[in-house]
Write a protein that binds this ligand. Structure first.
Ligand code: B12
Length: 280
């Protein structure tokens, strides 16, 4: 079924609901609450969905399935989209392969501005990093591409609009010896985008330095990133035990079983939700 029927009219809510495999009542509630749906009802075409409406609803459904709140997903799909992300992905990977920082940064910066951090991290940054990682595994010399891409992603994330923060502080740090900062950079930008108050300590933070920063800044939550088991530092988590805060481990380096008294984040969307949810 195409998004527009053979006679040129757009779809009814029932047709869209069946196509997207969601309840018609959900579709109507998204329209009522968030304004995502048919924009103008022409006489005789009450609540008809155009192909653009259907594409937007499909993205909204996918973002919610990936862990976004419906309100955030609605906000994301209603903001101007700019260059399609699959095209931007091609651009970014090609630019990284030619060691072209400037082009890489320009494509990433406009994607973040148009789509927000969570969607661009998931659909552009992660696939680009994995593509360049594959190049590097095939030819270790290609690690230069990884450096170019990493620099551009970090620079673009630093340029994401950061309105003044509200509420309690979240502190982000990589464990001692950990140089993989990008997922935490993405988390910092995504939280800031949502007006959370966030501070980033960056790469390779010695445990004593972390404890000093926590004593000085008194955050409500600390997120510690470890990319590999070699850099996971359970002792850093234990060293924060004396402070009244949420201790959160994130990254594939931590053991599967949660350390006592800690939380564990496994995706950017889940981390953003857990740190910004106002609770009951
Ligand atoms: C970019 C990169 C670098 C950059 C980092 C730049 C920076 N500022 O971050 C540089 C070039 C510095 C680098 C250095 C090294 N790297 Co490196 N690097 C990578 C690469 C390509 C991407 C890392 C990344 O950001 N991943 C995030 C996303 C892209 O990964 P993902 O699998 O989709 O994400 C998973 C989770 O992280 C989670 N997730 C994703 N995003 C988020 C966000 C949040 C907030 C949360 C909670 C979860 C979450 O969901 C996914 C499912 O589990 C990876 C390849 C890879 N597959 O990750 C190698 C990789 C991590 N590096 C690796 C290695 C070996 C190194 C070096 C030791 C190389 C060397 N010999 O010097 C050094 C280590 C330095 C150190 N001591 O830390 C190995 C690690 C192997 C291991 N498990 O031990 C990898 C896996 C490459 C490989 N194929 O072997 N690296």
């Amino acid at each position: 079924m195409s998004a527009v029927d053979g006679d040129g009219t757009a779809w009814t809510a029932g047709q869209v609901a069946r196509h997207l495999r969601i309840a018609e009542s959900t579709l109507r509630s998204w329209h009522r609450r968030y304004g995502v749906g048919p924009q103008a009802s022409r006489p005789g075409s009450y609540r008809r969905y155009t192909p653009v409406d259907v594409e937007r609803l499909q993205r909204m459904r996918d973002l919610i399935a990936a862990g976004m709140l419906p309100s955030e997903a609605a906000y994301t799909v209603c903001t101007p989209t700019g260059q399609p992300l699959d095209e931007a992905l091609d651009d970014v990977v090609t630019a990284a392969r030619s060691l072209d920082n400037t082009r890489c940064l320009a494509a990433l910066e406009s994607a973040f501005a148009a789509r927000g951090v969570v969607e661009v991290w998931e659909r552009l940054c992660r696939p680009a990093l994995l593509a360049i990682d594959a190049d590097q595994r095939a030819d270790p010399g290609c690690v230069d591409r990884e450096h170019v891409l990493s620099w551009a992603i970090a620079a673009a994330l630093h340029r994401v609009d950061r309105p003044a923060g509200e509420g309690s502080l979240v502190l982000l740090a990589c464990t001692e010896a950990e140089q993989h900062t990008l997922p935490l950079e993405a988390l910092a930008a995504a939280l800031a985008e949502r007006r959370a108050t966030v501070r980033m300590l960056g790469a390779a933070v010695p445990t004593a330095t972390l404890v000093h920063a926590v004593a000085a800044a008194r955050p409500a939550a600390v997120v510690l990133w470890a990319q590999s088991p070699a850099t996971a530092r359970p002792e850093a988590v234990r060293a924060l035990g004396a402070f009244p805060l949420r201790r959160i481990t994130a990254g594939p380096g931590w053991p599967r079983r949660r350390l006592p008294g800690t939380e564990r984040f496994t995706s950017l969307a889940a981390a953003v939700t857990a740190l910004t949810d106002p609770g009951p």
